[in-house]
Write a protein that binds this ligand. Sequence first.
Ligand code: NAD
Ligand code: MN
Length: 358
Amino acid sequence: MREYKIAAIPGDGIGPEVISAGLQVLETLAGQDGGFKLGVEHFPWSSDYYLEKGYYIPEGGLERLKQFDAIFFGAVGALNVPDHVSLWGLRLPIAQGFDQYANVRPARVLPGVKSPLANGKDIDWVIIRENSEGEYAGNGGRTHRGLPIETGTETAVFTRAGVERIHRFAFEIAQKRPRKHLTLVTKSNAQRFGMVMWDEIFYEVAKDYPDVKVDRELVDAVTTRMVLKPHTLDVVVATNLHADILSDLAAALSGSLGIAPTANLNPERLFPSMFEPIHGSAFDITGKGVANPIATFWTAAMMLEHLGEKPAAERLMAAIEQITANGVFTPDLGGHATTASVTEAICKVLADQVKKAA
Ligand code: NAD
Ligand code: MN
């Protein structure tokens, strides 16, 4: 029996609600399939933990995490901790410390879900976000604090190695998709150095993938293309900041932030990869039992695929699509379902799949 060690970090806000739903679905799948088992360990690292202890990740925490096959992450961010403290305290040390440089963000409109776009069914994208450097490299500082001449700098850092590896990763993804199309997104008109280097390295790497069609768009222009001509995009590669923004737009255009998944991958598998819904802590709905767990279920499917459990991943995606087609929707999708009822519905579809196959 194949066994995977999963580190669950539910975190803050609706994080614990959706991660517990996600684990329930994963356990159901593992129990049915017979082929694999999950050993799940919970890590209580969160903003409450930080307020009590003074740190998000205890000493040696990353070393412990390193023993796992994958990390299943909820969300971090609380009203009583500044966002830059929570983000840099928990999520970024894991993503950057484990060199999870490829952030994969698929977007499509699931059956039954209503896109705010009339042509929303044309959305079938994968946004590849550089996840280790760029605008979130943590390079910058504050000088003359509190004085009238106070200065703040925020320096984006782009390395040839970092840019080349994300482009190569994006080409590999594009090459495996039916349309084999990759769009490079930068802002190399206004930003003359790092962004121009991004463009140059892209076309160098492109030579190794002659079967992939490429084009290029400035980041501002690509937002209009996403809205007006969604069918013209397939795979998009962009920097840490740009892709962060574009993927929230992609999530909204696909129906809700509550369905969008993401994988933070260390493609070389030197470290565990981390899987999380795109959304944050969602303070406005925390504790109400209405958080949409679908982003987390889709995330779980990406995690299963990464672990090599492709049939289970496909079964889970099929179950997700069946319940969205049936209109089992939480309020963000215009329905009255709860986190628990969506979870039960998915588990029932999974059970029916097994009965049908038997
Ligand atoms: P958010 O994603 O938490 O919420 C934005 C809106 O989307 C809210 O109205 C929320 O109710 C809704 N929403 C989000 N997820 C949903 C779900 N599963 N089901 C139904 N509705 C959902 O973003 P925000 O309000 O900008 O940020 C809140 C906190 O989360 C902040 O502290 C922020 O720093 C943090 N955050 C963390 C992550 C992360 O951990 N990766 C990502 C984004 C934001
Ligand atoms: Mn974001």
